[in-house]
Design a protein around this ligand. Structure first.
Ligand code: SAM
Length: 380
């Protein structure tokens, strides 16, 4: 019913185990994002609600995991019927079909409901004013509109991963290669101020002048738990535990250094937009691929894509479920890839490792991330 878009609303209830439950109820409804149907999962914990937006093709998997692990009852409303699903303690499933409580009109209404931006124009937001994106009245400056949209897109991605972060304690987040930190400030505003999470965010960058400027902005905004430091990602060792690592456009293997740190911290979530993936360009070599690799421009693009495929597969081998998504970026290149990794099993580790090594050997590659994480990977 999700694939054919007939679901109007659903709710999951009756916890399998009350103790230690991350949320008590989940509701599902269709929403439109970037002109595409998604299903929004709302996770309720006390008075707090967090959201996850997923494509219809992925919704069944999220739903199945929730029904297998957390809830014993679900109600699905479609124009044809309401379906009540009951799962016994011994995982016996019964489905009761009842007369519909919602109509075809409700389905149409649900699909027409557009999702509002997380940060809305017309509502003054201090960090957007300080960064010169909005004026004091909350009007977005015409030439900053793309940036405004990008910040909102990034926050939607953050919203999606919230259920994967610890719910019961303060969060620690590191933004590696934070640069001017538009998105770091957005992250702080969204989590600390809008979602009222207790947290610490560290932004790290090589450039002392940029860090000095960001520190001053954080002070002006009274963002007391947002700290900026000068340093190299590979040398950063100030924290023992980090819940989420963000690294946006850190150049070439600086992204790999950030991914290595994230994996060693066992971070629950990684959001990474790689940039300037040059490493593989000097390594890839395969006679079969000569028609492509003999052209510099194709070799360059292929090497960048292969680098991200390798990163995603290695993260899967190291205990993450990794997806590559499109990240619209106005400043660097028109379209980027975002690596979104959350803790969890992506399948049989040995099989994932075999898939990785076959691909790596096919390319004659020797990637930074594999070498850096050698002790965390299966032996050959
Ligand atoms: C293209 S900028 C991106 C800034 C910001 N994250 C964004 O997306 O707008 C890349 C930043 O990464 C920083 N950087 C590159 N390599 C680094 C490293 N090894 N350690 C720390 N920062 C690094 C650069 O100084 C630069 O500010």
């Amino acid at each position: 019913m999700m694939e054919d878009a007939s679901l109007i609303t659903a709710s999951l209830s009756q916890l399998r185990k009350r103790e230690g439950a991350a949320y008590t109820k989940v509701t599902i409804k269709p929403v439109e994002l970037k002109e595409q149907l998604h299903y929004q999962f709302a996770y309720y914990t006390g008075t707090k609600v967090t959201h996850q937006n997923v494509l219809p093709s992925e919704a069944a998997e999220v739903l199945t995991a929730l029904m297998e692990e957390t809830f014993r009852q679900a109600l699905f409303c479609t124009p044809e019927a309401d379906y009540q699903v009951l799962i016994s303690k011994k995982y016996k499933v019964s489905i009761l079909t009842k007369s519909p409580t919602k109509s075809a009109d409700d389905l149409m209404l649900a699909h027409n409901r557009k999702k509002a931006y997380i940060l809305e124009e017309g509502t003054p937001v201090p960090f957007l004013i300080e960064l010169g994106i909005m004026n004091e009245e909350g009007k977005v400056l015409a030439r900053k509109y793309d940036k405004f949209k990008q910040i909102n897109r990034f926050l939607e991605m953050v919203e999606d991963v919230l259920p994967h972060l610890p719910q019961d304690r303060a969060l620690t987040i590191v933004d590696f290669g934070c640069g001017k930190s538009y998105l770091t400030f957005a992250l702080y505003h969204y989590l600390a101020i809008k979602s009222r999470r207790t947290l610490n965010i560290v932004g790290l960058d090589l450039k002392a002048d940029v860090i000095e400027h960001c520190s001053m902005l954080a002070k002006n905004l009274n963002y007391s738990k947002l700290k900026f430091l000068v340093g190299d990602i590979a040398d950063y060792d100030e924290l023992d535990q980090v819940d989420m690592v963000v690294t946006l456009h850190a150049c070439d293997t600086a992204t790999d250094a950030a991914l290595e740190k994230a994996v060693r911290w066992d971070a629950s979530v990684i959001l990474s937009v790689p940039c300037c993936q040059h490493e593989l360009f000097t390594q890839v070599n395969n006679d079969v691929m000569e028609p492509m690799l003999s052209h510099g421009i194709l070799k360059e693009r292929f090497s960048a894509l292969a680098t991200d495929g390798i990163r995603a597969k290695l993260l899967d081998v190291m205990g993450y479920r990794t997806q590559l998504l499109e990240f619209i970026d106005m400043e660097h290149t028109p379209k980027n890839i975002l690596i979104r990794a959350v803790k969890g099993s992506a399948g049989d580790r040995e099989q994932l490792w075999r898939e990785y090594t076959v691909f790596r050997d096919f390319l004659s590659a020797s990637p930074y991330l594999e070498k850096a994480c050698g002790d965390l990977l299966p032996s050959e």
